[in-house]
Ligand binder design. Structure first.
Ligand SMILES: [Zn+2]
Length: 82
């Protein structure tokens, strides 16, 4: 008796919920794609150089350079390449 209109109302409600769910899913998917950055290789914030004497890696800005060879400190610059 009331089953047919009730079922129809329920179907409409389910359809509406499904449409909303799909809309939210599409919205999130498109949003997610925009916010996802392509994987980037790890880049040193500073140019890293290797000490010619002890071989330690350090930022070029802290380098004590002699000719084309970088040294981590004045001591190693005086000591020269190994
Ligand atoms: Zn050194």
């Amino acid at each position: 008796m009331l089953a047919v209109p009730g079922t129809r109302a329920m179907l409409k409600l389910l359809l509406l919920v499904a449409l909303i769910a799909v809309a939210i899913w599409l919205y999130r998917r498109s949003n997610g794609r925009r916010s996802v950055n392509p994987p980037q290789p790890p880049i040193d914030p500073e140019n890293m150089v290797i000490c010619g004497h002890c071989g330690v890696r350090f930022p070029a800005s802290e380098s004590s350079q002699d000719a084309d060879i970088h040294y981590c400190c004045d001591e190693h610059r005086r000591a020269g390449p190994r």
